[in-house]
Design a protein around this ligand. Sequence first.
Ligand SMILES: NC(=O)C1=CN([C@@H]2O[C@H](COP(=O)(O)OP(=O)(O)OC[C@H]3O[C@@H](n4cnc5c(N)ncnc54)[C@H](OP(=O)(O)O)[C@@H]3O)[C@@H](O)[C@H]2O)C=CC1
Ligand SMILES: O=C(CO)[C@H](O)[C@H](O)COP(=O)(O)O
Length: 515
Amino acid sequence: MNKQTKLYDIGVIGLGVMGKNLALNIADNHYRVSAFDLDVLKVSGLVNQAEKEVGPHRTLGIKGCDNLVEMLADLEKPRIFVLSVPAGKAVDGVCQALVEAGIEQDDIVVDTGNSLWTDTIAREEKYRHQFTFFSCAVSGGEVGARFGPSLMPCGDKKAWHRIQPIWEAIAAKVDPQSGLPIERTQPGETVTEGEACTSYIGPAGSGHYVKMVHNGIEYADMQLICEAYHLLSQGLGLDALEVSAIFERWNKGSLNSYLMEISADILKQLDPVTSKPLVELILDKAGQKGTGLWTAVSSLQIGCPAPTMAEAVYARALSTQKTQRVKLSGLLSGPISPKNGLIDHTKAQIFIDQLENALYCAKVSSYAQGFQLMAMAGKEQGWQLDFAKIAKIWRAGCIIRATFLQSITQAYQHAADGALENLLMAETFAVALSQKQHDWRQAVSQAVLNGIPAPCISSALAYYDGYRSAILPANLLQGQRDFFGAHTFERIDAPEGEKYHLNWSSAERKLHKVN
Ligand SMILES: NC(=O)C1=CN([C@@H]2O[C@H](COP(=O)(O)OP(=O)(O)OC[C@H]3O[C@@H](n4cnc5c(N)ncnc54)[C@H](OP(=O)(O)O)[C@@H]3O)[C@@H](O)[C@H]2O)C=CC1
Ligand SMILES: O=C(CO)[C@H](O)[C@H](O)COP(=O)(O)O
C-alpha cells in the first residue's frame, strides 16, 4: 500500500457506496484520508479511483490500509474515525475491533450509517470509557456523499466542535436567499460559499431520529409520485413518456424536487434490450431496509399520527405480494376498464391539473406529520430540536431536497418562539391547502371511483380532514370502551380529567363519578 510519512486527518471504515464517496469528498476538501474495508478490493478500488480522478499532476490525500492497527498509526491524535458500514451488528463489530486495535479515550468514532436511534443512545453509553461514540446520519445517496450530502450530527458537543470544520466543508451548500443548492459535480471542485447542509441536532440519538423521519418522509414522497404515475397511466391511459413530460412540467412549479426530477428521468429511459420504456419492464415489487418502518412504528408508539408514512410502508409491503395480486386481479371485481383508461378523456387536462394540486397538498400534509412526529419525540426525549435548522439542512444534498423546504424553513423562522405546533397551522400552507383542497378531493374521488389505489394521497387528505375537525366520533368510541370494559369517559360539561362510568348493562343505568 501507499506509504506516507505525514499523518492523516481522518480514517474512513467501510468503503461501499457511501463510504467510498465520503472518503473522496473529504479528500477533495483537502483533508487527508486513511481508508479501510474488510474487502481489500474496495480499498484498492478507492485508491485507484482517487488516482484516476486527479491525474498525474495532483494527488488526493487518500491512503488504503490493510488493517485497523495500521489505520490507528496513520492518524493524527486525537483520532477521528468515520464508520460507513451496514447498520446493526457491523457497527458494534467495528467498534470492538477498534478497541482491540488500541483506540484511545480522546478518539472519536462517527457512525454515519442508518442506525436505529435507540442503538445510538445505547452505544454512546457503552463505549463512554473507551472512546467518544458520536453519530452523524447522512442523506444524499451515492452522488450526495461524493459531492455534498445533508448531514445530521448528534452526540457529544466537544466532539462536534472538532469535526465541525470537516463536516461543513463536505456538506451540500445552499444559497441562503433563494434556498437553492449551489452544486458541484466534478471531482476536485469544492464549494466554499453558501450555507452548509449540516447543523448540530442535539444529544445522542436525536440526529438519527431526525434522519429516520427524513426517510419516512422520503418513503411517502416516493409513493405519492408513484400514485400520480399510476393514476396518469392506468386512469388516463398515458404512456411513460407522456407521464414523464407531465412530471417535468410539475417539476418547474411548486412540486419541484429531486425525487420528481429523477422520476421524470426514469420514465424517459428506454430499455437497452427491447427499446420499450424501462419502467414497464421493472418488476413491481418494492424493497425496503427498514427506516420507513421504524418511523411508522415510532409514530404508533408515541401516539402521533403519521398515516401517510405508514401507508407508504404498507404500499411497499403490498407490492411484494405479487402472486396474490395477480390471482385476485382476475377474481375481485372493480370498475370496468375502457380501452383508453378509466378517467373521462375529454376532461384529461382538468384531471392532470387537479392531480398536481392534490400532490402538493398531500406533500404538505405528509411533511406536517413528519415534523409533528419529531416535535413529539423531541419533547419525550428532552431534545431541543430546531425545526427551521432541520428544514434548512434538508434543502440540498438529501433525497427529499425540494424548493418547498425553503417555505418550511421560513414558516418555522417566522413562528414566534418555535410556537408552530403543526405545519398545517402556518399561514402559507393553510392558505394554499384551503385553495387547493377541492382539487385534492377530486383526485381522491377519481382514484376511488376508478378503483386505482392511492393510499398516500388519500390518507394525507384524511389526516388533513381529521386535523381540522373540531368534533370527531371518539365520543362514541369512549362509550364503547366504557360499555364493554368500564374504561370510563370524560364529559364535555365537567372539568377535564374527571372520569365517569355508566352501568350500561344494568336496568337502572346509573352514572358513577370515578375517583
Ligand atoms: N446507499 C445509500 O444511498 C445510503 C446508505 N446509508 C447508510 O450508510 C451505511 C453504508 O451504506 P452503503 O455504503 O450503501 O453500504 P454498502 O453495503 O455498499 O457498504 C458497506 C461497506 O462496509 C463494509 N463493512 C462491513 N463490515 C465491515 C467491517 N467490520 N469493517 C470494515 N468494513 C466493513 C462492507 O464490506 P462487505 O461488502 O465486504 O461486507 C461494505 O463495503 C448503511 O448504514 C446505510 O444504511 C445512508 C444514506 C444513504
Ligand atoms: O437513507 C437513504 C437515503 O436518505 C437510503 O437511500 C435509504 O436507506 C433507502 O431506503 P430503502 O432501501 O428502505 O428504500
